[in-house]
Design a protein around this ligand. Structure first.
Ligand code: ADP
Ligand code: MG
Length: 482
């Protein structure tokens, strides 16, 4: 039997099985254009006469199709729907209008196995159309209420996040355009969730009736487990595979979850093939997510992978200004500077610091100044950047590491063997103590504040570009705190 004959046989068989599962009227309305396009071991590709039929079937008849496919090939198989090629090139078949395409089908049917003319009841079609349109606007199935502050307008752009921001904006503007999938990664508290939700806000406000689904990967995992337990996989699949924009936050949580990864792989494929937008966030780049399947890693790299880096001083200051302004807090510039210098890893911590300082000022009925800010942060003692550590302890640790004497560091020697450990001390003192630049200068060799600032920046820059050095700084920091 030739492949063409084989496909006619499976077409017939599939349609016969569908007829058994739905009544004739539904069959005539929804299934009469189904054709088998491709059969692979893992997947069957079926075509439909137009986009509207395709969406409708994916919305309401996934289970029926699951069963028909299983009956046709004798085992459950993945299936994927496409719009028939002739319809795509003819244009106009994907516009979601119900009666026109169907009537055109019925009158101009030239296929070898002609389908009986379809009788479409106009009233019924109009209702269906309304039902369809009504449900295509909202964010559904998500356990998340979007934070209305997480918008593009409220996102401060700097060199550390400009690529991620630009890509996110482009995606929201034209889903499934240039960057699909968009994969954002970066450490905790750097704005991944903010950007993902900003995409949701913008896409939903576009007036294009996009179906947007945002959720954490935990939700995806949990709903998958429940669906397996209850035998409701087809509903589960419908939910995830019938959206225009799917955003999954913290996808690294799929690490070590084999079956969910497998399921997500198919979801990804379906959406990607249908040119729907996928946006993912993670705490690390795709290839560094532990035990992530190779084929998922490679797919995540198909589009754009953008890193969000820790913000530099200028951006931190801009964010602090913005947060203070948004909340109507009057915080003097030197205090903002102090916060921006001290808290340099995480924007959530920056926000926390503003809240602490303002809260403390209200508590003790004082206006905010540098002294109060230092006390407020020192008092909280829960953030690594603000924890108190004696400068003597820092000197001790650095001397042991670089094999120099505390008196050398405190002295005025300028040789590299002393100058560099001294800079490291200044850097650690800045990170670990609430002392000002001047105070650190006084304690370490009678330097002025600009020398200290230079040292701090120099060490910080090196840590940013040299991962082994950064590792050493982390170790020293941990020792100082121990
Ligand atoms: P992540 O998801 O990467 O852990 P979030 O998106 O939850 O980080 O961000 C933590 C907090 O920092 C949020 O309140 C967010 O609004 C804020 N934030 C992060 N980046 C920015 C930015 N560039 N501009 C303004 N606020 C930001
Ligand atoms: Mg997040």
């Amino acid at each position: 039997m030739s492949p063409a004959e084989a496909s006619v046989v499976t077409d017939d068989l599939l349609r016969e099985n569908l007829r058994q599962l739905v009544n004739q009227r539904k069959y005539d309305l929804w299934f009469h254009t189904v054709r088998v396009v491709d059969v692979q071991p893992g997947e069957v590709v079926l075509s439909l006469g137009n986009r509207f039929l395709l969406d409708w079937i994916r919305t309401y008849y996934t289970e029926v199709l699951d069963r028909a496919v299983e009956a046709t090939w004798g085992e459950p198989r993945e299936w994927r729907l496409v719009v028939a090629e002739s319809e795509q090139t003819a244009g106009g078949a994907t516009n979601g209008e119900l009666h026109e395409p169907l009537e055109a089908e019925a009158s101009a049917d030239t296929r070898p196995d002609p389908t009986p003319p379809v009788h479409v009841e106009p009233q019924r079609s109009a209702q269906d159309e309304v039902a369809w349109k009504n449900q295509s606007f909202f964010l559904h199935h998500s356990d998340v209420v979007l934070n209305d502050k997480y918008t593009f307008e409220n996102f401060v752009v700097g060199p550390s996040n400009s690529l991620a921001h630009a890509a996110a904006y482009a995606v929201a503007d034209a889903p499934a355009g240039s960057y699909n999938p968009l994969f954002l990664h970066g450490n905790v508290g750097l704005g991944k969730t903010h950007l993902l939700q900003a995409i949701c806000h913008k896409a939903m406000a576009s007036g294009r009736a996009l179906k947007v689904l945002y959720l954490s990967s935990e939700t995806f995992v949990n709903q998958f487990i429940v669906a397996v337990e209850k035998g409701e996989l087809s509903q589960f699949r419908y939910r995830y595979r019938n959206v225009d924009v799917l955003l999954i936050d913290d996808i690294h949580l799929l690490a070590n979850k084999e079956r969910t990864q497998e399921e997500f792989f198919h979801t990804f494929n379906t959406l990607y093939h249908d040119q729907r937008q996928i946006v993912l966030s993670s705490d690390s780049p795709p290839s560094e997510i532990p035990s992530l399947r190779e084929r998922l890693i490679s797919r995540f790299k198909w589009g754009l992978v953008a890193e969000i880096e820790p913000p530099g001083f200028e951006t931190r200051l801009a964010i602090l200004r913005r947060k203070a302004r948004d909340r109507d807090f009057l915080i003097p510039e030197d205090v903002l500077n102090y916060l921006a210098e001290h808290i340099d890893r995480n924007i959530r911590e920056l926000e926390g610091a503003v809240t602490k300082v303002v809260g403390y000022a209200q508590l003790i009925h004082r206006t905010i100044d540098l002294d109060l800010a230092r006390k407020a942060l020192g008092q909280a003692g829960d953030s690594s950047a603000t924890r108190m550590t004696g400068i003597d302890r820092i000197l001790e640790v650095v001397c042991a590491q670089f094999d120099v004497r505390p008196s050398d560091l405190g002295g005025r020697k300028r040789t590299q063997s002393v100058a560099f450990p001294r800079q490291v001390c200044m850097y650690l003192a800045r990170r670990l103590t609430p002392l000002s630049l001047e105070e650190i200068g006084v304690r370490i060799g009678g330097r002025d504040h600009s020398t200290v600032l230079y040292a701090v920046n120099k060490v910080r820059d090196r840590a940013a570009t040299d991962s082994r050095f950064a590792q050493l700084m982390n170790e020293l920091e941990a020792k100082c705190r121990a």
